[in-house]
Design a protein around this ligand. Structure first.
Ligand code: AMP
Ligand code: MG
Length: 328
């Protein structure tokens, strides 16, 4: 199959036709690119799992346009969730509700909840309006690989396997949406992202963060899987000194070490190839995945130095950073 890459606006009507015909289409969002299919169709949704090699127990997020009445897909919502919707949607916040059981059972993998998101990207909105269906979409990468933040990244993973990629340029957010459980008496973050705990608490009054206990069945199955992995050897360290030792050893073996770190550490890394993450949380979120994909192309050993920034979106950035380098 030929994989077309079309500018999002020019390709939206073809994309909508393909979705209605049960095909899978990749599209731009403000977080990362998504791999979408008609959420009402068992067959179409199952194609997503097969294409990605995604475990059958890792549920999908349903994407809808800003005027879609999400109450038709869910079984009631607490007052704080309605307030959060008004405050943060469209935007990079996924809300988990009791499901009304209207979409394919393969979307939620047997959970009685449904995760819904209204992306703010103009490209995503235009495509979803044209389609006017709930579109189930995980990130458009092969399972376990680094999430895609350009149409080129999607092409690298799915060339010849999907008919269309809607190119909306580079994703400005850069990491996946915050996943928020809205089934309890207070909201609880299942996955950290660009909408932070402080932002949510300022509207909902309170906000918890779910931490999986050992041996427990995960509430958000995706968090239990290895994720975001560059396809080269990796090492995680805390200081420039440690990174330089590892880099020297790799050079002696005839390899190519590359160090990924925040801007402030660069002056201490003379004589070794580096990738600059930036110095604010937002910048690091925006650059992380593109740099991990560049790192896997250029390095035999990609060495990450843990960023020291904290607060705001850094909880989400640190989570992806550490997991990309094999830590939990
Ligand atoms: P991805 O779109 O690839 O970033 O993955 C979607 C994330 O949302 C995964 O971590 C899933 O486990 C999580 N998710 C999707 N649906 C649900 C749900 N109903 N309850 C809890 N987590 C969910
Ligand atoms: Mg993903």
């Amino acid at each position: 199959m030929e994989t077309k890459i079309l500018p999002a606006e020019a390709g939206k009507s073809l994309a909508a036709r393909l979705i209605r015909a049960g095909e899978v289409v990749a599209f731009h969002t403000e977080t990362v690119y998504g791999l979408g299919a008609n959420a009402f169709s068992d067959e179409a949704v199952q194609k997503i799992y097969a294409l990605k090699g995604r475990p059958a127990d890792n549920p999908l997020i349903v994407h809808v346009h800003a005027d879609y009445d999400i109450r038709t897909l869910i079984d009631g919502e607490p007052p704080y969730a309605a307030a959060l919707r008004r405050a943060f949607l469209p935007g990079p916040l996924t809300m988990v509700y009791p499901s009304a059981g209207k979409v394919s059972k393969y979307v939620s993998c047997g959970l009685n909840t449904l995760a819904i998101r209204v992306p703010s990207s103009m490209a995503a909105q235009a495509f979803l309006r044209e389609t006017d269906l709930p579109v189930a979409a995980p990130s458009a990468n092969l399972s376990k690989h680094v999430s895609p933040v350009t149409a080129g990244h999607v092409f690298d993973d799915f060339n010849g396997k999907i008919p269309l990629i809607l190119d909306g340029g580079a994703c400005q957010g850069g990491i996946e949406s915050t996943v928020l459980d809205c089934t309890g008496s207070i909201p609880q973050i299942l996955r950290e992202g660009l909408v932070t705990r402080t932002m949510i608490a300022s509207v909902a009054g309170d906000c918890g963060v779910y931490r999986m206990k050992t041996g427990e069945k995960p509430r958000s199955p995706g968090m239990a899987y290895k994720h975001y992995s560059p396809r080269c050897e990796t090492a995680l360290c805390k200081t420039a000194e440690e990174a330089l030792l590892l880099a020297d050893a790799e050079k002696e073996r005839g390899g190519v070490p590359v160090v990924l770190c925040e801007s402030g550490v660069l002056p201490m890394l003379k004589g070794v190839q580096t990738l600059d993450l930036g110095d604010s949380g937002e910048e690091m979120a925006r650059r992380l995945y593109a740099l991990l994909r560049r790192g896997e192309r250029e390095a035999t050993l990609l060495i990450g130095i843990e960023p020291t920034e904290s607060g705001g979106v850094m909880a989400g950035v640190m989570n992806r950073f550490r997991r990309a380098f094999g830590a939990q």
